[in-house]
Design a protein around this ligand. Structure first.
Ligand SMILES: [Zn+2]
Length: 426
């Protein structure tokens, strides 16, 4: 048996243990807010202890522990691969709307139920088992593998991944990162769009609506402002060459649409503008003196926050009484890793070969519409890639994950890591 087949056999032999772990994880409340992940961290630490893998905990906030586990390969120095998943999940929301207890961990029709099973208890568990199997075969590997299991992802990562990269950089930065956030089996994500939130306040004189000539209407200004802001969607991104040629490929566009819905291939590469709230006016027969808009801009790779802010400033200046402020100042830019990086090749090849009936055509590299902790590594120039289960049902009522996808994602990460740590040393 080849050594990578041995790795697969090890994972296959533990299916029951894997499902049992995921079930127990699903039954622990890690909803964020409040984001208390201590009990879940205990579950992970007990597993690592049993496997004899060294680990330690960094908890800048006592109820937000982060686990760092790692080992050296037996074949001497080489590359440093980092695996990253999070413990915290979305809140349950309207409990009455759920058919089952949101922490049931029930298994029915090949799916395991519970809040956070998709995002990302499935993925974090998959990485844990992939990591443990690599550890058992560590004599065959060169370099180093580090597993980071973090808290605080759902509320920005300040006490989780961002904190680790800031305070434990030599341990967790690595040279390449694998993450298993839900992506859908048809795509491997090598970048993500940026989120820019702005609040516009329009203040004018107002007055009585029978006398429109005596004072302006903030709502009327808002209507014109919105039309101008929507034109920002037409900005053309300056994508790096490899990103452009990758995303231009018809099979990549098709995979993006399959994974994210019709229209996604276009949205992935342009600014989207959502006027999320409009609040203006007091009474039907009064000229509104104030209108407040909150607008969510999502920027693609190749358009900077500064470029959009400059366009917005230009537009705002044309509309009387309009000012704006940034709601999340200093947020990350759209970020990207090289889609032709060696790791992308490993992930695509292994995912395609292992998918069987789960996938009709080979997976393709795309840019994510939402954000993950991989952005913190990309900001440091470390290539980072995301491959996980289908995002369908993520954060919704009756969230559940396919166990077939759970096992598939685990194997793909284990084998891609294997390929990376057994190929030519850097
Ligand atoms: Zn997530």
């Amino acid at each position: 048996m080849s050594r990578d087949a041995e790795l697969l056999a090890l994972l296959e032999a533990e299916r029951e243990r894997q499902v049992d772990f995921l079930q127990r994880f699903a039954r622990i409340d890690t909803a964020n807010p409040p984001g208390d992940t201590r009990q879940a961290a205990d579950l992970f630490r007990a597993f690592l202890d049993k496997e004899g893998i060294a680990h330690r905990t960094e908890a800048p906030k006592a109820d937000n522990p982060n686990i760092i586990a790692g080992f050296e390969g037996g074949k001497g120095p080489g590359r440093h691969l980092v695996l990253n998943g999070h413990l915290d999940v979305f809140p349950v929301g309207d409990r009455a709307a759920w058919q089952r207890d949101p922490r049931s961990g029930d298994i029915a029709d090949g799916r395991l139920h519970g809040r956070g099973t998709v995002d990302m208890k499935c993925g974090t568990t998959a990485l844990l088992f992939a990591f443990a199997c690599l550890h058992r075969l560590r004599e065959e590997l060169s370099g180093r593998v580090t597993l980071t299991v973090v808290s605080d992802e759902e509320t920005g990562g300040k006490w989780g991944t961002a904190w680790l990269l800031e305070n434990c950089a030599s341990e967790v930065t690595g040279e390449c990162v694998l993450n298993s956030e839900p992506s859908g089996l048809a795509t491997v994500r090598f970048g993500e769009k940026c989120m820019l939130w702005l609040r516009f306040t329009i203040a004018v004189k107002g007055g009585h609506s029978a006398y429109p000539h005596t004072g302006g209407s903030a709502n009327k200004v808002a209507a014109a402002l919105i039309q101008d802001l929507l034109a920002i969607e037409k900005m053309v991104p300056d994508e790096p060459g490899t990103v452009r040629t990758t995303l231009d490929r018809p099979e990549v566009r098709a995979a993006a649409e399959l994974s994210l819905g019709a229209g996604a291939a276009e949205v992935m590469r342009r600014v989207s503008v959502n006027v999320g709230t409009i609040q203006g006016g007091v009474k039907i027969n009064m000229l509104p003196p104030q209108c407040v808009l909150e607008v969510d801009f999502r920027l693609p790779v190749g358009i900077s926050r500064a470029a959009v802010l400059a366009r917005v400033a230009e537009i705002a200046a044309r509309h009387p009484g309009t000012r704006f402020e940034e709601l999340l100042p200093g947020g990350p830019e759209a970020n990207v890793s090289d889609p032709t990086h060696e790791m992308m090749g490993h992930l695509l090849r292994r995912a395609g070969a292992l998918a069987g009936a789960l996938l009709a055509s080979p997976p393709q590299p795309i840019v994510s519409l939402g954000g993950t902790d991989t952005r913190f590594w990309r900001a440091k120039g470390v290539p980072a890639f995301v491959y996980g289960c289908s995002p369908a049902g993520m954060g919704g009522v009756d969230e559940s994950v396919s166990l077939a996808e759970f096992h598939h994602v685990m194997k793909v990460h284990a084998l891609a890591a294997w390929d990376y740590l057994t190929s030519a040393r850097s």
